[in-house]
Design a binder for this molecule. Structure first.
Ligand code: SF4
Length: 351
């Protein structure tokens, strides 16, 4: 279609970045990089990728590693379920595919946590399969160049964009085409204020001609955000303090945190201390509140966490079954969410 893939490929050859996962087409590298890049910018993603590959250089080393080690390497990236899924999928490859990364699209899709986007990226880059990647970048680029206003979060929209992407895909080089699409969306046709004057598609781009770049792509629904109120208790016992493991099927599953009281509405400190959860944790002990932090708002994809840290001194505190007494020097052994890590780092500077 009007030499689309030629224009795109020339742009890519002139603008592509040197990235560590592009040194070869190893499917393991492509997989790890794609999962990391789903949740962070390339700059930060590079460091995580290099650390991950250094610690787990092969699928087997990932499959046989303890989950804690994987979560520790992942710490700060968020979406910890993705790291757990990779661990599970590495075991699938060892057990169901004799340790060899599957090279059929339908088999790649069988790996836990691998969806159509990642399967298309791995399949095209590592095995030359003719599957177009479709992600936020691709929706943006195609909706603008072709002036498509069909909402991207509807079945009909998904089908329309997928059909178009496959029609445009270069059958002789799906790998370069897909990498070029992703790079073009990340560097040139960016979400806000793209520099259209230097864009090779400017004379073809419908959105540029109609001056409606900021209106595309279109989404039909607004995602609803759940507000949660987290009150973390920093309970010291001598030089040590308590951590607990998050075991429910929820954010940060299997990571460690300070003992938590969660509510679905904001609580004053008096409401928190007189509440049933707090009283049952403390069972009538004398408690002194040493410090209450300002609220920190932590935004996840569909959740907004309103977080406060409450520093408490309690007499003769006994550990609950789920609590672990930890010395500050032992903290690096525990995978913890980034905001707990930041709090503890600040504390350790003052201990
Ligand atoms: S002209 Fe602008 S809106 Fe159109 S593809 Fe290029 S960068 Fe994107």
């Amino acid at each position: 279609m009007f030499g689309f893939h030629k224009i795109l490929t020339v742009w890519y050859q002139q603008n592509k970045r040197d990235l560590p996962w592009r040194v070869n087409q190893d499917p393991y590298y492509v997989w790890v990089s794609e999962v990391i890049l789903q949740q962070t910018r390339v700059d930060q993603g590079k460091e995580y990728f290099l650390r991950f590959i250094k610690r787990f250089p092969t699928i087997n080393s990932l499959a046989t590693a303890p989950e804690n080690d994987i979560l520790l390497i992942w710490q700060g990236l968020g979406y910890y379920s993705r790291a757990r899924n990779m661990h599970y999928a590495a075991r699938q490859i060892m057990n169901e595919f004799n340790g060899i990364f599957p090279d059929h699209y339908s088999d790649i899709l069988k790996l836990k946590g691998v969806g159509e986007y990642t399967a298309a990226a791995i399949g095209s880059i590592s095995f030359g399969l003719q599957h177009a990647v479709i992600d936020g970048n691709v929706y943006r680029v195609l909706s603008r160049i072709f002036g498509i206003a069909t909402p991207i979060d509807t079945t009909i929209g998904k089908r329309e964009f997928s059909d178009l992407a496959h029609e445009l895909l270069d059958p002789n080089n799906p790998a370069i085409f897909n990498e070029a699409m992703m790079e073009f969306g990340a560097l040139q046709c960016i979400p806000r204020n793209p520099d259209c004057n230097i864009c090779p598609f400017r004379f073809r781009c419908v959105a540029f001609a109609n001056n409606n770049i900021s209106k595309l792509p279109v989404k039909s629904k607004k995602t609803s955000v759940r507000h949660r109120f987290f009150h973390f208790l920093y309970l010291k016992s001598g030089e040590q303090f308590f951590l607990e493991k998050r075991e429910e099927n929820d954010i940060w599953q299997n990571l460690y945190q300070l003992p938590l009281i969660e509510s679905d509405k904001p609580l004053t400190i008096e409401e928190l201390l007189s509440g049933q959860q707090f009283c049952s944790l403390m069972r009538g002990r004398t408690i002194e509140v040493e410090k209450v932090s300002a609220e920190i708002v932590h935004v996840l994809s569909h959740q907004k966490l309103h977080v406060r840290f409450i520093e408490l001194k309690a007499e003769h505190l006994e550990a609950k079954v789920q609590w672990i007494l930890v010395h500050p020097a032992e903290v690096p052994e525990y995978p913890v969410p980034k905001l707990i890590d930041n709090f503890l780092l600040e504390k350790m500077g003052t201990i």
